[in-house]
Ligand binder design. Structure first.
Ligand code: URA
Length: 190
């Protein structure tokens, strides 16, 4: 590992350490632990989900339950194997009963994501589902209209796509989601 990556890794470890002591919102008191994120910190692409579910809360890792297993398969098929990308969530603590995090909770947690982003500087960000899309892009966006489109924000290209849990619930989303991931792969590998 070169010295720049090493410094980045140390800064991220320090950030994670601080995130673990966060009390910015009420979610921390109702979960087992903070799920900070994991993956290749030098990846050009960062995936952002909604928040940890039960399995993620238990294991301290993002996207390791049923939705995560589907995400792994899609990533592999899109030639973006999980270990080559970085994966995190818009809220780092499991909302009770897996409910969607509210606007206040997302706003309270966003500084952690912003700092992760500032240290890693990915060129692309993929928003998995509406919560991340609303929290990061615009609160009124509809997934049906915005998925598969690149939104330019600063120097970053951001694409909303379907959350893997939504694909599991509704198999009709498989095709449009797969098309989005092909587009993501193509752009990342260009
Ligand atoms: N769903 C999410 O949005 N994130 C996870 O980490 C797991 C499930």
């Amino acid at each position: 590992m070169d010295s720049v990556s090493e410094m980045k890794m140390n800064s991220l470890k320090d950030l994670e350490h601080r995130a673990k002591a966060c009390t910015n919102c009420g979610l921390r008191s109702g979960c087992r632990g903070v799920v900070f994120g994991e993956g290749n910190i030098d990846s050009p692409v960062m995936f952002v989900g909604e928040g940890p579910g039960q399995t993620e809360d238990e294991l301290g890792r993002p996207f390791v339950g049923k939705a995560g297993q589907l995400l792994d398969k899609i990533l592999l098929a899109a030639e973006l194997p999980r270990e080559t990308v970085y994966i995190t969530n818009i809220v780092k603590c499991r909302p009770p009963g897996n409910r969607t995090p509210n606007t206040q909770e997302m706003q309270a947690c966003l500084p952690w994501l912003r700092q992760q982003f500032a240290l890693m500087r990915p060129r692309f960000m993929v928003l998995l589902g509406l919560a991340a899309t609303h929290g990061i892009l615009e609160p009124n966006l509809k997934m049906g209209q915005s998925h598969g489109q690149w939104f330019e924000k600063g120097n970053v290209l951001i694409m909303p796509t379907y959350h893997p849990a939504a694909i599991l619930r509704n198999p009709a989303l498989r095709k449009p989601a797969w098309e989005d991931f092909q587009k993501i792969s193509q752009t990342v590998h260009e």
